[in-house]
Design a protein around this ligand. Structure first.
Ligand code: G6P
Length: 460
């Protein structure tokens, strides 16, 4: 397109990953994570372009249209993947922004690669955006892009949205070259966060680090005004509801229940295998409930879907080993032939398969140690048209601010986790229904379309 696109989304990942099958044919599969599931429907309906990586190293796939979205791939070499993606993005910024749940690692070559990859994303975007276009940059992998893009294309309207938490000033200050990262974000006209507290952290940082003078939710910077506000992200409620109403999905839910033992109550966890998600603490709490005889293998079963993620990063490999050892220990100690207490699936599941699991569930466990929002909690609620099922939800998720009718828990405290699981299992059906009805009303009133419209209206 010679004149460029009026609307461009920029994110580390394209909405689809490219893989090449044994037959040599290329296949596109949906990319993991909440960012993609939230944005994909919006870009599809707006006819915009999406600038991002195909998920494979050394991939020179050119521009193309897949499922109605114009993809503009930014190639990453194996070294870029190692330093920019696995290094600076996922071993430095990710753990630091999640309250140091794991210690961040700082390496100079990673920072250099982060810089040069961010520059390439900015250049690719500058090439496809029409004059005066709206560009929406996403997440912690691309913190420098807004300022780089503004330098190349001052005509653009630039929005940035951070999908993960924004840390308190004293944590951000640990980052080498922290002022540069902050200036990167200040290149945007509007910086969006999941929670008001994160926007405040950002403005305080601008004051503390650069001596700027924030006024309410905005700050003057280099002759412009930068606005920082919260826009809590959500899900495609209609799509989840459609799946939940599908007779095939409902049959699959019935089959799963029968397969797991129709008389047992089902606890469910669905997460990327990430140390922020609190999977270890959750499994430990369940193991203790079994050991204390509060629940038994005949009455209760836990299904934990752990989607493989960032598996070349050492901290993720170590987490996998610890979780698998603990699951093995619990099953060895409390299982019987043909009946184990923990079903652990280190696999991805399609949206339809996940909704079938949600429908089969008695108690959904969403217990991250820290999470920007957590869309699994919202999907579970949106799927429960029967107004049954209970949600145990960590107070350290963005979702907890909206879903306060859940069984809210401090996941760092194993006793509190056990208490919440038992309370959710024991809650009378009408109590569960009241809670679910309120949570469903909230999610239905604020779906992902509402989120995007609010952000884009504020940007315009
Ligand atoms: C989170 C992040 C996204 C990321 C996703 C999947 O949702 O906020 O930016 O894309 O995880 O992680 P991955 O590293 O596989 O892209």
């Amino acid at each position: 397109m010679a004149d460029g696109y009026e609307f461009v989304v920029v994110a580390n990942r394209l909405p689809v990953d490219r893989t090449v099958g044994d037959d040599g044919e290329q296949h596109w599969t949906r990319s993991p994570g909440g960012l993609v599931s939230a944005l994909e429907p919006i870009v599809r309906s707006s006819g915009g372009a999406w600038v991002g990586w195909t998920g494979a190293p050394d991939d020179d796939t050119g521009p193309q249209e897949v499922d109605g979205i114009e993809l503009r791939p930014v190639p990453l070499s194996a070294e870029d993947v190692d330093r920019y993606y696995e290094g600076q993005s996922n071993s430095t910024i990710w753990p630091l922004f999640h309250d140091l749940v794991e210690p961040p690692v700082h390496r100079r070559p990673w920072r250099q690669a982060y810089d040069s990859v961010n520059r390439r994303f900015a250049e690719a975007t500058a090439e496809v955006a029409a004059h005066g276009a709206t560009v929406w940059v996403h997440d912690y992998q691309l913190l420098l892009v807004p300022a780089m893009l503004r330098a190349l294309r001052p005509d653009l309207r630039i929005g940035f949205f951070l999908h993960i938490p924004f840390p308190p000033v004293e944590l951000f200050m640990q980052l080498p070259r922290r002022a540069e990262l902050l200036r990167g974000l200040l290149g945007a006209d509007l910086v969006g966060f999941q929670r008001p507290h994160a926007a405040q952290n950002f403005l305080q940082l601008a004051a503390g680090l650069l001596g700027l003078e924030p006024d309410d939710d905005r700050v003057a910077y280099e002759g412009r005004t930068v606005v920082a506000q919260a826009f809590p992200i959500s899900i495609d409620v209609a799509e989840t509801d459609r799946l939940a109403a599908d007779p095939d999905v409902q049959r699959e839910a019935d089959r799963l229940r029968a397969e797991l033992g129709g008389d047992r109550r089902l606890l469910l966890g669905v997460d990327r295998l990430d140390y922020t998600k609190g999977i270890e603490q959750r499994v430990e709490a369940f193991g203790e409930l079994l050991a204390e005889g509060v629940v038994s293998n005949d009455e209760v079963v836990l299904v934990q879907v752990a989607t493989p993620s960032r598996m070349r990063v050492a901290q993720y490999q170590q987490l996998r080993e610890r979780v698998e050892r603990e699951v093995g220990r619990i099953n060895g100690e409390f299982g019987a032939v043909g009946r184990v207490p923990v079903h652990y699936l280190f696999q991805s599941r399609s949206p339809a398969e996940l909704v079938a699991l949600y429908l089969a569930t008695d108690v959904m466990l969403v217990t991250p140690l820290r999470d920007g929002m957590n869309l699994v909690a919202k999907e579970f609620v949106a799927a429960r048209r029967d107004e049954q099922g209970a949600l145990v939800l960590s107070e350290f998720t963005g979702a907890a601010a909206e879903l306060d009718d859940a069984f809210v828990v401090n996941p760092h405290d194993v006793e509190d986790l056990k208490r919440a699981i038992v309370a959710a299992l024991d809650a009378p059906p009408d109590d569960r229904a009241v809670r679910m009805r309120r949570m469903r009303a909230r999610v239905q009133a604020h779906d992902v379309d509402h989120w995007a419209r609010e952000f884009l209206a504020a940007l315009a």
